[in-house]
Design a protein around this ligand. Structure first.
Ligand SMILES: [Zn+2]
Length: 239
């Protein structure tokens, strides 16, 4: 069944992903659509992106600085409320209790109605793509933070001491799930999301055919829903 919208409109959304640029590839058309509708959208970028280069002369420190700047520029294009960087080392991410607590802190602070994250399970359905371990780790930690850590005041009591009250997230959307059941029409926002992807110059600068591939991917996504361009998710409505 195709459902384009949530049962109730959202006021606040949070996107938790491993790397600067993951959200642009996974859900930026949705992020800008929500922003335009008045939803406050916060990105939480878990790693520092310090491994994302093949340039032997680039230092990790310079790369982190560059990628943070690129992510902030993309966030401006999309109209995000905030971009939070957790600064974990790129490529070594594990779904630890420390990471779960750090994401829980952001959930309790920004109190999203909906949280978007990557699939915590390795999905070997896509030709030629194994999946990045950081994406799975970020997804696992984010889901564990939504349920039950953000909800339960006795979990991570230090957060309560910081003044961060428990919070129940209403819905979770998973990027990259093999059986999506929610399609969001991004026909009106695909061009601006491609501009945001282009802001990640260190990652996609000079990449041939990027725009055509992005459009083709979202066109394929939209087919089952009868939409010209769509981003698709697996959706969970929490009790
Ligand atoms: Zn990534």
């Amino acid at each position: 069944m195709v459902q384009e919208q949530a049962q109730e409109p959202y006021s606040r959304a949070m996107v938790v992903v491993a790397h600067p640029d993951d959200a642009e590839f996974g859900c930026s058309g949705t992020a800008v659509k929500w922003s335009r509708e008045g939803v406050e959208v916060v990105y939480v970028i878990v790693t520092d992106g310090s491994k994302g280069t093949s340039d032997r002369h680039m230092t990790p420190e310079r790369l982190v600085e560059t990628r943070n700047r690129e992510q902030l520029a993309a966030g401006q294009i999309l109209g995000l409320k905030e971009v939070v960087f957790l600064g974990y080392p790129d490529a070594y991410l594990q779904p630890t209790l420390e990471l779960r607590r750090d994401i829980t802190r952001q959930i309790r602070k920004y109190r999203p109605d909906v949280l978007v994250t990557t699939n915590p399970v390795r999905n070997l359905m896509g030709a030629g793509y194994l999946g990045h371990p950081d994406h799975m780790a970020a997804g696992e930690a984010a889901l564990a933070a939504v349920y039950p850590s953000a909800r339960d005041h006795l979990t991570f009591p230090e957060l309560l001491q910081e003044g961060l009250e428990p919070h129940k997230v209403r819905e979770v959307l998973i990027i990259g799930h093999p059986s999506p059941d929610l399609w969001i029409d991004v026909t009106d926002t695909i061009d601006i999301s491609i501009r945001a992807i282009r802001a990640h110059v260190s990652q996609v600068g000079g990449r041939e055919g990027l725009e055509a591939r992005m459009k083709e991917g979202r066109r394929q996504n939209g087919k089952p829903a009868g939409m010209e361009y769509a981003e698709s998710f697996k959706r969970f409505v929490l009790p």
